[in-house]
Design a protein around this ligand. Structure first.
Ligand code: NAP
Length: 220
């Protein structure tokens, strides 16, 4: 089959590899947010399609038999587009949804619905690990009393619009002892993240549990 995977997460890379090994003609689509994406099995295309209609046109022009949405649970727009495009182009859609993390009895989670509420839930003078992409940072500038440790995959091109911060460039470790060391070294009092599910970013949750650090977490 000719398959288009809307990807950008580890599970999508694993799926591409599995489907290629089964003999399918697989193309993975990435939005282009990461400067140097990891190599993937099969073909890769990068960049937006131009909405649902653009995606439908791509499906038809490339004679795709199956569209698979294996995007991040917070990438809601592309998932909405995938549903519409599959109808417009009459191409079957498979949705691979990642489940959110479940709260452990020893977790100290402050669960909020969005990032604005996460920002407002930070106590005064806190020292926060901000584990969010660049596009979500701006609204945290309103909290001039807070020190941020900002973790990002790529070095930002410009200074961040935050009053006081330190950058931590790179992906999170999957080893909670390493995440614990980062939290301790930087005197982190709170973590802000989204409940993304998956294994790649979970170690910070385990580290916070161990250190009894509150996690202000945005629900899916
Ligand atoms: P989004 O808000 O749902 O998408 C915004 C626009 O970006 C879409 O309308 C689409 O543009 C384009 N786009 C998104 N995903 C695409 C893909 N896989 N291939 C081609 N175009 C794509 O998505 P997002 O939250 O910015 O996430 C973008 C990508 O990063 C996704 O592939 C997602 O799996 C990955 N990712 C996201 C997060 C996160 O926290 N949101 C975390 C890790 C990885 P057009 O309308 O022009 O087609």
């Amino acid at each position: 089959m000719k398959i288009l995977i809307l990807g950008g997460i580890k599970e999508a890379a694993n799926l591409a590899s599995k489907l290629v090994n089964e003999g399918h003609d697989v193309t993975s689509s990435l939005a282009g947010r990461t400067k140097e994406p990891k190599p993937l099995e099969g073909k890769i295309r990068i960049g937006g399609f131009g909405g649902a209609e653009g995606l439908a046109t791509y499906l038809k022009e490339n004679q795709i038999d199956l569209l698979i949405d294996c995007t991040h649970p917070f990438a809601k727009q592309i998932s909405t587009n995938a549903v519409a495009a599959s109808k417009l182009a009459n191409v079957k859609l498979e949705i691979h949804t990642r489940q959110p993390w479940q709260k452990h009895e020893n977790d100290n989670w402050i669960e909020v619905q969005n990032l604005e509420k996460a920002r407002d839930a930070i106590p005064k003078q806190a020292c926060v690990l901000l584990a969010l992409g660049r596009q979500y940072i701006d609204l945290f500038k309103a909290r001039e009393d807070v020190f941020y440790l900002v973790r990002m995959v790529d070095q930002p091109e410009q200074k961040l619009p935050l009053p006081e911060y330190k950058l931590l460039i790179g992906k999170p470790s999957s080893n909670w002892h390493e995440e614990k060391a980062v939290l301790e070294k930087n005197n982190i009092t709170h973590i802000i993240c989204r409940n993304s599910g998956g294994t790649g970013a979970y170690a910070k949750i385990e580290a916070a549990r161990n250190l009894k650090i509150p996690v202000i977490i945005v629900s899916q």
